[in-house]
Design a protein around this ligand. Structure first.
Ligand code: XMP
Length: 211
């Protein structure tokens, strides 16, 4: 089973497709975020799926009223995204507006230092929201494996944990899985390396060895 998600945060379409082609053997999914969507356009989602033949996660971190979330997510699912990442703090009506259109992943806690200011203190409420809404998965921080363990201990069975923060942000892929994550998201450590394929292979093997 593959557990690596490539965060493809480059601007250029050609570069994105090339890295996707080189690394796809080791990926469970590719995650696109605003940099690539703004740089290459929404059609890059379909092109990436055709090139890499893996699921596509659109990391838009939607955080708007239900109607606007629905309008944005509709376009992104239509473009071929399999999962859309949404913020939970806007409330369950905003999250459900996206879930009515396709699979969602809810941000429960972020990986950067500033997450301790506002998001971490309300993580319990966001976990409860996830348990009620039953998304495909939640996002938890690889930079704080103890928080992954905590979130796993409170999360309803079957909800996946996807965890960014490995490599460039300092987190360990192996520790994240051991703490209870299902998938590890890696961006810069792969796409900025001289040999993205080799780097992806190494992460894949580390993840395989961790379980
Ligand atoms: P790097 O280059 O740091 O990229 O490996 C990580 C990717 O994941 C996103 N990211 C997050 N997304 N909650 C999220 O929903 C988080 O806590 C978080 N931390 C990082 C980041 O935007 C990049 O695409």
């Amino acid at each position: 089973m593959k557990r690596l998600v490539l965060a493809l945060d480059v601007y250029e379409r050609e570069r994105a497709l090339e890295i996707a082609r080189e690394t796809s053997d080791y990926l469970w999914a590719i995650k696109v975020n605003w940099p690539l969507i703004l740089g290459a356009g929404l059609d890059v989602i379909k092109e990436l799926k055709e090139t890499a033949n893996v699921p596509l996660i659109a990391d838009l971190k939607l955080a708007d009223i239900p109607n606007t979330n629905r309008l944005i997510a509709g376009k992104v699912f239509e473009a071929g995204a399999d999962y859309v990442i949404v913020h939970g703090f806007t409330g369950r009506d905003s999250v459900n507006a996206v879930k009515e259109l396709g699979e969602v992943i809810i941000v429960v806690e972020m990986s950067h230092p500033g997450a301790e200011e506002f998001i971490q203190p309300v993580a319990d409420g966001l976990i409860k929201l996830a348990n009620d809404v039953r998304p495909f998965g939640v996002i938890a921080p690889a930079t704080r494996p103890e928080r992954i363990s905590y979130i796993r201990s409170k999360l309803r069975d079957g909800i996946k944990i996807l965890t960014p923060g490995v490599g460039a942000q300092g987190g360990s892929a192996k520790k994240a899985l051991e703490a209870g994550a299902d998938y590890v998201i890696v961006g810069r450590s792969i796409y900025e390396s001289k040999n993205p394929r080799e780097k992806a292979r190494k992460f894949h093997e580390e993840l395989m060895g961790a379980i």
